[in-house]
Design a protein around this ligand. Sequence first.
Ligand code: 5HM
Length: 332
Amino acid sequence: MITGPVFATFTDAYLAVLGEIHHRHSYSTATRGKTAIETPNVSFTIVDPVARTPYLATRRANVVFNHAEALWYLAGRDDVDMIAHYARRLRALSTDGKTLTGTAYGPRLFRPSDPDGRSQFDRVLTLLRNDPDTKRAAMLLMRPDELADPGNRDVACTLALQFMLRAGKLHMSGYMRGNDAFLGLLGDTFAFTFIQEFAARLLGVEVGTYAHHVGSMHINTLNIPLVEHILSEQPAHAFPHQAMPAGTTWADLHVVLDWEERLRSNQDTFSPDRVDLDTYWQEVIALFEVHRQIAHYPGRPVTAAALALLRPGHRWLVEQRWPTRVPAAVSP
Ligand code: 5HM
């Protein structure tokens, strides 16, 4: 066996990684003010990367943040304001209070750069169109200069993302120097597979597998009780996974990003009749509408009209995450 384990969905991989590190870790580490348990050199493959959301009541994944982060990357942004609105802890990583460096993968992947004024993403897509069997469709994230300042708070954890187009399917591999198995693994896999699915739509090919390769996979000591809670759950919730619509374009993403901005700043209220987008993207904007109400109207329950716009899996996740703001759906 020269390849790692294969899991059907992210949830299967997540539970296996957490269980393996918790029960059989190789090392206890202490670096940069945090202690952790660690298993080095972890690799696994997910067969269906579209099934990227774990429906675990004990984990309470923030599906609004997951979408915001993926879109923040795709928009090539590095501003703290957008991303810290959905996860306050990220503000502390910023040195200037305005931008993020290592954590902001967007500029490195999606902003035009030297020497040809194209982004890494554009280059690899062109390469895949011209030479489908290429082994070169890799995009680099961590930069050598990030270690020059020993006080750098925010050094990119991802080394590279690579596409391989094989037998008509777009496979992706993520390579990370380090990954927090409890916190980062979920958001990183979500965002990378979202980018993979978007790239497949742009190329007009099927989504293949997602492989994740990590140098240091670890659980911070502080999170061990939360991990034990997750491992005690018998996952009982399954919701159909929605595929990104064929024909999705950059223009669609820009409409979604425009709505995200207006809802984040509470300048508008979303209703689906105001956009000419597939239901898939309407349901993504609806997440930002629900979050607008949660963020801007503390103490008020989210309106039934907004909750009705969510797909069932997203509805369940926001109920778990914000139980005092989102009443549980009544079973039919
Ligand atoms: O000391 P170090 O720079 O490795 O601390 C960063 C922490 O954030 C590590 O636990 C790393 O694994 C985690 N992390 C992650 O899991 C960080 C980023 C940001 O690049 C990420 N996933 N995307």
